[in-house]
Design a protein around this ligand. Structure first.
Ligand code: SAJ
Length: 420
């Protein structure tokens, strides 16, 4: 079986190397020349545990080769970006580019699988693009068309960054074909390397399932964030409140934070708001609540800083969530950048997972520092990311500091400014 994977990002590259390791002949395609050269040397451009070992093994086995052009294959997997800028339309240009790139190589019997998180209906639209370009092929179920038949399906990803390779194999997978035969052919393909359950449905439901999963999480995070705003208003420690409420056997309130980052949870709900603006009210409001938090944190810190003469503020954590080095779409990084523009004091940044500050923070005069030194120097300690690496910090150092904790990280310590 030969597989052509279009898009070698944090889904495409792990998928391509896993398939090669499992014995498939894999051809990977990307538009980025540097990515291609790196992979051909067995290196990776993505921070993901064990991925470099997998890619090196896959390339050395001779079963993974990558270039800028697709090749003929039995299965084509499209794993390209589907960016969505709030208040705009979903950007399907990368999907269209990938579909048109594979068009010349399609043969009867091929399966085309869209793995990118997409607005409901994208897989059907992509099928129309294919049919317009290749009138010699057919997606009709009629018997006399069997010899020209190709199959199209959607199979969304739900891997957790940091555990991608394990989850790719173990997670249950939803497979939605544009018709029953497409579903069944795609299912037969995934059964060859997925140990999780294979769940069959149609393409639109598969697209919707991914959006529902991440919107579910965003709404639940918004509920926690709204509780943090209410508790600040009422003078209640929200961390204590949630800990107590979660003792209810059927209550599981998530954790408030300084905002929702990453390019999944903060993005996918917008696909639903865009598709059903009149109906997706709770999902839309959750986005508004979550996107309100960064500005709220900046306002609270500025309020406290203004009461001090030229304060030093130690900002603990810049990444979008704990124990990773990804600063893309990170509320923590956005908060630090916003604070630097207010010029309310000296900003020290502590981020154990990076070596160099992003250009924007360097230019804003923010200094990257080890946690002990930053906390000693600071008047205000602002905890933005609950990195495990912050646990050892001596709590006595915090006694005479103003601690603003957006994650309930120090919540067991007394004298902690609640909420935020
Ligand atoms: N967050 C909170 N409070 C919480 C949980 C998360 O503030 O209680 C924040 C995090 O700090 C982060 C953001 O939300 O800024 C997203 O965090 P996340 O833990 O959801 O991490 P992601 O975005 O890396 O992973 C999610 C997962 N989806 C679900 O849990 C439904 C993952 O399984 C998906 O594969 C991934 O999105 C994706 O690729 O869609």
């Amino acid at each position: 079986n030969k597989v052509c994977v279009i898009g070698l990002g944090y889904i495409g590259l792990p998928t391509a190397s896993l398939l090669a390791i499992k014995g498939f002949d894999v051809h990977g395609v990307d538009v980025n020349r540097q990515t291609i050269d790196l992979i051909n040397q067995g290196e990776v451009h993505i921070v993901e545990p064990d991925l470099d070992i997998m890619v090196k093994a896959a390339v050395q086995s001779g079963r993974l080769h990558v270039s800028e052009e697709p090749e003929e294959a039995d299965v084509f997997i499209l794993a390209v970006p589907t960016p969505f800028q709030e208040n705009q339309k979903p950007d399907l240009s990368y999907v269209k580019q990938a579909v048109l790139a594979v068009v010349p190589y399609l043969r009867p019997g091929n399966i085309v699988i869209l793995e990118s998180t997409s607005p409901v209906g994208t897989t059907e639209t992509a099928t129309e693009w294919l049919m317009e370009a290749r009138t010699d092929l057919s997606v009709s179920g009629l018997v006399h068309q069997a010899s020209r038949r190709i199959y199209v399906a959607h199979c969304p990803e739900r891997v957790m960054p940091g555990q991608i390779l394990r989850e790719l194999v173990e997670n249950d997978r939803i497979i939605g074909g544009i018709d029953l035969e497409s579903t069944q052919r795609a299912v037969a393909f995934y059964r060859q390397f997925v140990s999780g359950k294979i769940l069959e449905t149609n393409a639109k439901t598969a697209e919707m399932a991914k959006l529902a999963e991440n919107s579910f999480r965003d709404v639940n995070i918004a509920f926690a964030n709204e509780l943090s705003l209410i508790c600040d208003h009422l003078g209640i420690n929200v961390w204590e409140l949630i800990r107590l409420a979660n003792h209810h056997p059927r209550v599981n309130i998530l954790q408030p934070g300084p905002g929702v980052g990453g390019h999944c949870i903060a993005v996918d709900p917008w696909f639903l708001v865009d598709a059903a603006p009149e109906q997706a009210k709770l999902i839309h409001t959750a986005r508004v609540v979550n996107d309100f938090k960064p500005g709220y944190v900046v306002e609270k810190v500025a309020e406290r800083a203004k009461r001090l003469k030229s304060p030093i503020i130690a900002c603990l954590g810049l990444s979008f969530k704990a124990n990773i080095d990804d600063l893309r779409e990170s509320p923590a990084a956005a908060i630090v950048e916003h604070l630097s523009k207010l010029e309310i004091g000296t900003l020290l940044a502590v981020e154990p997972h990076i070596r160099v500050l992003p250009e924007s923070l360097q230019q804003a005069g923010v200094q990257l520092m080890e946690i002990e030194e930053a906390v000693r120097k600071a008047d205000i300690v602002l905890l933005l990311v609950n990195h495990d690496a912050f646990y050892p910090i001596d709590r006595n150092l915090l006694q005479e500091k103003i601690v603003m904790d957006t994650r309930g990280f120090f919540s067991e310590s007394p004298r902690v400014q609640v909420g935020v």
